[in-house]
Design a protein around this ligand. Structure first.
Ligand code: ZN
Length: 252
């Protein structure tokens, strides 16, 4: 256990002891959804009792098995935006086409919580965050940045969904110029809701780079660099995004 009771799991993998930190939110009917997006619901499609009933007296399997139905949005909870989300002409880059190379990437995280709500995160701010964390970006990496909006996802969902800053066009262009494969944030979008021109979504469409939204625990990653960012979307054919299991992984 680290500080603030965030649990770091040690997993033996490929002969190494690796630390895993969960960076994803739950998916449930209780989580806040982006204004206008479909809400999530679950229901019993077939209960254990119904299975026992349909198996009848000839079966010795008396526990039954439960199956639930799901209705949700492809951008619910912690999720990845596929390139198709940004551009209707890029249906060949739907979420099921995300490459294995994009799933696990060397990564760094920076603190941009000094940027005021509903303003742009400028290139100066990004460079300040990188300098403070002593991070140098390299091609093939992912960058996670923390806006500080994360706690409001629990305490005040409307504030969480409306008050965060977002990268401006110059900042996001420069970041993609460094060869990043993914950018992640604790905010509900890389674009601040104060800018309806969506500079990140348009630059990511042109450069064909995915991004990840609504992450948690970024600040609990105990090092700013020399870890891996892993995010696993489902292979939903033709969809524009997917909820992800997201992790930071590092070796001591
Ligand atoms: Zn999204």
């Amino acid at each position: 256990m680290s500080e603030n009771n965030v649990k770091i799991d040690v997993v033996e993998f490929m002969g190494k002891k690796l630390n895993f930190l969960d960076l994803g939110k739950d998916i449930s009917p209780d989580i806040p959804v982006y204004p206008g997006h479909m809400k999530t619901d679950f229901w019993w499609h077939k209960t254990h009792e119904e299975t026992v009933f349909s198996l009848g007296d000839k079966s010795n399997y008396k526990l039954g098995f439960g199956v639930k139905g799901i209705i949700t949005c492809d951008h619910t909870s912690t999720h990845v935006d596929a390139v198709y989300h940004f551009d209707p002409n890029k249906s060949h880059l739907s979420v099921d086409k995300i490459t294995l190379q994009e799933l696990i990437t060397p990564a760094a995280w920076i603190d941009l919580s000094f940027v005021p709500n509903r303003t742009h995160i400028t290139l100066d701010a990004v460079k300040k965050g990188l300098d403070a964390a002593e991070v140098t970006l390299k091609p093939g990496m992912s960058l996670l940045y923390w806006t500080g909006i994360e706690p409001y996802g629990v305490t005040d969902p409307f504030y969480y969904l409306s008050q965060y800053p977002g990268l401006d066009e110059e900042a996001t262009t420069w970041l993609l110029d460094q060869g990043l494969l993914n950018i992640g944030t604790d905010a509900a979008s890389l674009d601040t809701p104060a800018d309806l021109d969506y500079p990140n979504h348009s630059v990511h469409a042109e450069r064909e780079v995915i991004h990840t939204e609504s992450l948690v625990n970024i600040t609990k990653i105990p090092r700013h660099k020399d870890f891996y960012y892993a995010m696993f979307p489902l292979k939903w054919v033709g969809l524009t995004g997917s909820p992800v299991r997201a992790f930071a992984i590092w070796e001591d």
